[in-house]
Design a protein around this ligand. Structure first.
Ligand code: C2E
Ligand code: CA
Ligand code: CA
Length: 657
């Protein structure tokens, strides 16, 4: 704005001043020409005669030559008393005929009639032998007796004068600009700065005063301002601070089930609990939704733990909404690390990772960040990506592990075991990706696909072989499992009794009501049901006699402790087998890896064996030797390399259960 003002000043200034400059040049020229003409009159001998004849004598020529070198004069003309040109200074060698040249612009005549000089400013830029700016000054020549005897037209170079004026003009404008700047600009700039400062302060005040409406805590924006201020003022040292991320569990469910009023009530409840727990060295905010943060500046870790426990306790106090008492829980992630290099953002990110872990651990708990968590979470995210890529990139495969009859060593069936390729030649173990797929809500679709694959494979095997498929608790949730199993049987043409479905005790414990009628319906379809991993959970006998399980699969942990000095596991195993038989169930011992285990098991009369010793899980197209031979032959033939792999359970990732 100031520059625009100065620019306007320059243009207007130049316009006004250029007129004045012309006047000054003309006055200057008139004065100079007058002085010079007097000099000419005085110095040229017998000037009157020269005006008459137009032919200078040698003495006169000498004076004229000198005269045209005086000051700014570069040329002159003499007119006689009748305004006829009689002499031109730069054409002395070519004498003029009297009257040959006339007073073309009438200026000489004007001078002769008025007795006053005429000054004519000329632009010489387009003319030969002329300066850029010059003046033609017509001055009367007066005899000693005071009689006008002629006119001299003096050519004066005014370029240096104009340049001088121009320079002076620039100095003037510069000085003027400085004056304007000093008198207007400086106060103006000061004013602008002051206004800007006021706006900023206003914004800051507004921000700092705008708290989260619901909880009265800082909102996200004010929180970051406060933290920055505290850091700048040296009141907060991040290296000594705990960053605590707090998340209200199942907030969405509270909102969806009890309405937004209840949701708000809960947020206020958490906000109050946080507010009450703060000391002047803490900063807390509601970051948005059900997410809160505390930066605790001066507590040690035990004090941070106490703060967290107090918060969890306070929040678990019931909240009354419309007469109903509701209880909430918190998941909390903490980052507390003196590493000085970490900035707030990084610390918050790490606290967030810890919070994520707390949620993965089933919520209503708190986790402190450790570096291995970062890897763990990164791995989890990688597995999630692999699951998403599973179907589009054909990354899922079903492998089959043989089950052997103890007495005949014949293969009786195969367990279908799901595999997920990581796209890099390795398999992600199902124990890792199945729970993640369950949480991501993908397992029902994956499980349906496994059922489809397994039934299609099994129908190609001899009739006496069954296929066993593992089910996930989530597959019971949608209520479509029975229909899915039925469809797979129909699609493949597999006899229902050749399909076995494995469920674990934990699934029954978690959602017995939901599962019970579906198990009955599956039973009615004619498929057989196996209780998997028996002995790892509560091993409640209740589930065994309440449902019609056809099979009991004893967890491999019993086998691994079988060959030790302690004979207890042997007795337990013996008891489980008897129990199974008493309840009309076939008993499978899982996880047989060594010859020694086989020998130890020989004195126990179970039904089926399964384990790396007999065969590892393998793709459908590699099952042939196991299908057409006894297990011994299979071991000697195609399956031999599998068994070698099996003897080293820590071997290739794909088969390490
Ligand atoms: P599971 O149902 O107990 O399956 C048997 C697991 O033991 C398999 O691990 C198998 O490879 C492993 N295994 C077999 N013999 C031995 C042995 O001699 N020694 C040792 N150390 N391990 C042996 P895998 O394939 O990694 O599967 C792990 C678990 O993942 C399964 O345990 C099952 O709970 C689950 N799973 C596998 N496939 C599916 C599926 O299609 N759907 C569902 N929902 N879960 C599945
Ligand atoms: Ca199983
Ligand atoms: Ca099992």
């Amino acid at each position: 704005m100031l520059f625009a003002f100065i620019a306007v000043m320059l243009v207007v200034g130049k316009f006004v001043i250029s007129g004045a400059v012309d006047d000054v040049i003309e006055a200057n020229a008139e004065r100079k020409a007058g002085t010079w003409a007097s000099y000419l009159v005085k110095s040229v001998p017998d000037l009157q005669n020269l005006i008459k004849s137009g032919e200078p004598t040698a003495a006169q020529t000498a004076v004229i030559d000198k005269a045209v070198q005086v000051a700014d004069v570069f040329r002159f003309k003499l007119f006689d008393e009748e305004a006829r040109v009689v002499l031109i200074s730069d054409e002395l060698d070519r004498p003029l005929e009297a009257g040959a040249k006339t007073d073309h612009n009438g200026n000489a005549l004007t001078v002769l009639t008025t007795g006053n000089p005429v000054i004519d400013l000329q632009d010489g830029r387009q003319k030969d032998n002329r300066p850029d700016l010059y003046v033609e000054a017509y001055v009367p020549i007066v005899s000693a007796a005071g009689q006008p005897i002629g006119v001299v037209e003096v050519y004066l170079d005014q370029t240096p004068v104009a340049a001088l004026f121009e320079r002076n003009y620039l100095y003037l404008v510069g000085a003027l600009g400085l004056v304007v700047l000093a008198s207007f600009g400086v106060p103006f700039v000061a004013y602008v700065l002051k206004m800007r400062q006021q706006v900023r302060t206003g914004e800051k005040v507004r921000l700092l005063s705008s708290r989260d409406q619901l909880t009265g805590l800082h909102n996200r924006a004010t929180f970051f301002h406060k933290v920055k201020d505290a850091l700048d003022a040296g009141d907060l040292d991040l290296g000594k601070a705990a960053v605590i991320f707090i998340d209200l569990d199942k907030f969405k469910t509270i909102n969806d089930t009890f309405g937004h009023k209840a949701g708000d009530e809960f947020l206020r409840h958490v906000g109050n609990a946080i507010s009450r727990s703060l000391t002047p060295d803490d900063l807390a905010a509601r970051l948005g939704g059900d997410e809160f943060i505390i930066i605790s500046g001066k507590r040690d870790m035990p004090a941070v733990e106490r703060l967290i426990e107090d918060l969890r306790e306070a929040v678990s106090e019931p909240v009354r909404v419309d007469g109903i008492a509701l209880t909430g829980h918190l998941s909390i992630g903490v980052h507390f690390d003196p590493a000085p290099g970490l900035d707030l953002k990084e610390r918050m990110h790490k606290a967030d990772i810890a919070l994520y872990q707390a949620k993965l651990m089933g919520r209503n708990t708190w986790v402190r960040f450790t570096p291995d968590l970062e890897e763990k979470i990164a791995r989890r995210q990688f597995v999630e990506e692999c699951i998403v890529a599973g179907f589009p990139q054909n990354r899922f495969e079903v492998h089959y592990q043989p089950l052997i009859e103890q007495t005949t060593l014949k293969v009786v069936g195969f367990e279908a075991l799901l595999r997920l390729s990581d796209g890099d030649g390795n398999y992600i173990p199902p124990a890792e990706f199945v729970p993640i797929a369950e949480e991501a809500g993908e397992i029902a679709a994956i499980g349906a696909w496994v059922l489809d694959q397994a039934t299609r494979s099994a129908v190609t095997w001899p009739d006496h072989l069954f296929v066993s498929v593992n089910l996930s608790a989530r597959q019971f949730e949608e209520g479509t499992l029975v229909a899915c199993v039925k469809a797979c049987l129909e699609r493949s043409g597999l006899a229902p009794e050749r399909l076995e479905l494995e469920v674990t005790e934990n699934m029954l414990i978690e959602q017995e009501d939901k599962i019970i009628h579906q198990l009955n319906a599956l039973n009615a379809l004619g498929v057989s049901l196996a209780m998997d991993d028996f002995g790892t959970g509560y091993s409640s006998l209740g589930y065994l006699w309440k449902y019609k399980f056809n099979k009991l699969k004893v967890d491999r942990s019993f086998v691994s402790s079988l060959t030790g000095a302690d004979s207890k596991s042997r007795h337990v195993l013996d008891t489980i087998i008897s129990l199974g038989h008493r309840l009309d169930m076939t008993v499978t011992i899982e996880g047989i890896e060594t010859e020694a285990q086989v020998e130890a098991l020989n004195s126990l009369s179970c039904d089926h064996f399964q384990g790396f010793y007999y065969g590892v899980p393998m793709p459908a197209q590699e099952l042939a030797p196991f299908i057409s031979n006894t297990i011994e032959t299979a071991r000697r033939k195609g399956g031999a390399h599998k068994l070698r792999l099996a003897e080293k359970p820590e071997g290739p990732a794909r088969d390490a259960g």
